[in-house]
Design a protein around this ligand. Sequence first.
Ligand code: NAD
Length: 264
Amino acid sequence: MPIEVVVHGALGRMGREVVTALCKDTQLKPVGAVDSKAEGKSLPLPDRADSIPLSSNLEGLLAQTVPQVLVDFSIAEAAMNTVRLAAKQRVNLVIGTTGLSADDLSEIDRLARANEVGAIVAPNFALGAVIMIHLAKVAARYFDYAEIIEMHHEQKLDAPSGTALSTARAMAEARGKPFLHSEAQKESLGGTRGGELQGISLHSVRLPGLMAHQEIIFGTSGQTLTVRHDTINRECYMPGVVLAIKKVIELKGLTYGLDNLLGL
Ligand SMILES: NC(=O)c1ccc[n+]([C@@H]2O[C@H](COP(=O)([O-])OP(=O)(O)OC[C@H]3O[C@@H](n4cnc5c(N)ncnc54)[C@H](O)[C@@H]3O)[C@@H](O)[C@H]2O)c1
């Protein structure tokens, strides 16, 4: 029997991608869609002739469809209410919405345990990005110098990216001390050595034509090692989301981060 899934935030960019991914996997089945922008009562499915119930009322839709898993890609302000309603109805949770606090994560764990369901929260569902950070942590123990170049589309608001910051922190933690950092003796144009974190220079490129890319260059005597990850569209998150849906039904309580599902 396929795992029955409701998508919260189903009319958003990620939500639509999740509905499409569910339709492509024979072990999964979309059974309902929730979005505050919902108009009408059904959402046509991309690759199937039928449609699924659509509503702005999560509680009502969960009661109507009784899914095993709820996938949430909405907004942080809505996520905790979603968790409370779904856990109460004993629905397992896969949450990709970013911006949850440490208190939110503790509450998710407590609610999931109390209702004997699993909850997976991952700030990054792109498998390649998670494996890139893992490989960078391995290399960090053997190289004294490292720099990160992250490249994103020109509309990205923040710099550096959250992934670049968490990569740098993970590398320094794996190494147990800051990296060596080469200071320019004369910086004739300010900022050209990038921002510095734990001895690692971070450089942010913003250009139309890019999606999300990151390169970590390690250096030591006579050699460099480069670890690089490129994404070309939001499909990059779907293998991670699909994996989480299949795993969460076997779990109890909170699992944080895709790395913990991959056994890294
Ligand atoms: N974990 C990851 O790998 C990952 C990857 C990409 C995006 N994200 C996160 O996923 C979230 C969604 O991103 P997006 O690009 O799809 O955004 P989006 O704005 O395109 O979609 C969000 C959807 O949620 C709906 N929504 C808002 N408030 C709601 C509420 N109270 N109840 C029900 N639906 C509500 C909106 O109507 C919209 O359709 C963001 O938090 C983003 O940071 C996570």
